[in-house]
Design a protein around this ligand. Structure first.
Ligand code: NAG
Ligand code: NAG
Ligand code: NAG
Ligand code: NAG
Ligand code: NAG
Ligand code: NAG
Length: 395
């Protein structure tokens, strides 16, 4: 018998139209505003920032620290635009992933009285209603209060030349906070970072390394041009661990993960939200299943260390139980003599039992995550600069 399949099943998928929201950054008269200042957006929508004259950014912050980069948050970088430019403005686009609020500021002249954020240059997606504690009004008020305090501090400084470096304007105090979503677990405050430039000689090569120093983190300078290899065993029969659970590594070092039995991942997360993939990307090995019968030639996967900032990671397997909730977490360069040490990170993973509840419960992520170390080699008479350590894009 011969028959022709004629049923050309046309599957009609629900058509979800993602909206594009245009936001003007700055504008005529050099105004320090995003326009509109607050929008509502659906998951999947895009927000396109159009940068007008001056030199602004669109940088993610948090409600509690409006003028500070959120750990793992996005950052457009500076977008300088000449005053006479009237069209073809550069743009930066973000995609909205959920209905949680997204807080944004301009980090131009940060921590100085000229701070754009301190002058109210802030923006929000899906903020609370007008009478809610996390309304846009309250967010902007908090930004203006930071500006006022920076101006007051500057006025109180004796005028001295050259100006103190790093600037003497104290940043708003980082706070620790307690979150009910984690069973009243306290998230220690993130430390402040200091920009540092250092020149080092490696054999016959001279390197300049610019980095944001993180208190307690290792030296930013590569020990050798090739870096060091750190081997980490992932899982194994009856084991839900990374071994060792954390490593101290320098820029250009490589961490090689050797996957053993079961089916694990190594996925980048953040200190305050150990069991959620970093929103701004971050690395992810994806699942690496290893059969019980395998006893050698285990699969491996590596990441190259780009800077000295702590890097947090977890296994995102949830079947049959959450590996992250079972404390299967890992870190590069945790600051062990601080409250944000590896044990503290692991305790948060256990406290939230592998759920990714933190985004809702994290009103005060104050982490300055901008820790990219850039090493530039100044090779003898050569003028060309070779960027050898890529800036981590945690911005
Ligand atoms: C933009 O601002 C940043 C930070 O203040 C500065 O480093 C950069 O040189 C500026 N760019 C231009 C073209 O003015
Ligand atoms: C803006 O001004 C600069 C220098 O004054 C000039 O070179 C440039 O062509 C001008 N650009 C536009 C778009 O008018
Ligand atoms: C590994 O785990 C993932 C997620 O649970 C699952 O989708 C995948 O099928 C698993 N692979 C194997 C070979 O078990
Ligand atoms: C270092 O940068 C590379 C390239 O951007 C990236 O693939 C890698 O994941 C980064 N390493 C870490 C530890 O973030
Ligand atoms: C490391 O974290 C643990 C758990 O939060 C804490 O009890 C301990 O005091 C921390 N260590 C330091 C040196 O702060
Ligand atoms: C953690 O979650 C699992 C389900 O994934 C549950 O069986 C277990 O009881 C929870 N543990 C705690 C301490 O709440």
């Amino acid at each position: 018998m011969k028959f022709t399949p004629i049923s050309l099943g046309l599957v009609l998928l629900p058509f979800v139209s993602a909206a594009v929201h245009n936001v003007q950054v700055g504008g005529e008269g050099g105004k320090l505003l995003y326009s509109p200042e607050a929008i509502a957006a659906q998951p999947g929508d895009q927000v396109v920032f159009h940068f007008h004259a001056k030199n602004h950014t669109a940088t993610q912050s948090s409600f509690a620290n409006p003028c500070g980069l959120k750990e793992g948050g996005f950052d457009s970088g500076f977008m300088p635009v000449p005053v006479n430019q009237t069209d073809h403005f550069p743009t930066y686009t973000i995609t909205i992933h959920d209905t949680e609020p997204v807080w944004v500021y301009c980090r131009q002249a940060g921590k100085t009285p000229a701070s754009h954020c301190g002058q109210g240059m802030v923006f929000a997606v899906n903020c609370g209603f007008d009478d809610a504690p996390n309304s846009f009004g309250n967010f902007k008020k908090a930004a203006l209060a930071i500006g006022a305090s920076l101006s007051a501090d500057a006025a109180a400084q004796p005028t001295s030349y050259p100006p103190a470096y790093p600037p003497a304007y104290p940043p708003p105090a980082a706070q620790q906070y307690t979150t009910a979503a984690y069973g009243d677990y306290t998230i220690p405050a993130a430390p402040e970072v200091t920009p540092v430039t250092q020149t080092v000689t490696l054999g016959d090569q001279v390197w300049t390394t610019t980095y944001n120093s993180y208190p307690g983190s290792p030296a930013p300078t590569p020990a050798s041009a090739e870096g060091v290899v750190h081997k980490v065993i992932v899982g194994g029969p009856g084991k839900l661990v990374f071994d060792p659970p954390f490593v101290a590594a320098q820029p250009r070092d490589t961490v090689v993960f050797e996957f053993r039995q079961k089916n694990h991942t190594v996925t980048q997360s953040s200190f305050a939200d150990p069991c959620r993939k970093l929103a701004s990307g971050g690395f992810d090995s994806d699942f690496v299943p290893v059969a019980d019968s395998i006893t050698s030639d285990y699969p491996t996967w590596s990441v190259v260390v780009n800077d000295t900032a702590p890097v947090w990671a977890y296994c995102r397997q949830k079947t049959p139980i959450s590996h992250c909730g079972a404390a299967m977490v890992f870190a590069i360069n945790p600051v062990e003599n601080s409250e944000r040490n590896f044990t503290a990170f692991q305790n948060i993973a256990k406290a939230i039992n592998g759920t990714a509840a933190a985004q809702n419960a994290d009103p005060t992520s104050t982490a300055p995550a901008d820790n990219g170390a850039v090493s530039v080699r100044m090779g003898g008479a050569t003028v060309a600069l070779a960027v050898v350590a890529v800036v981590a894009s945690f911005l």
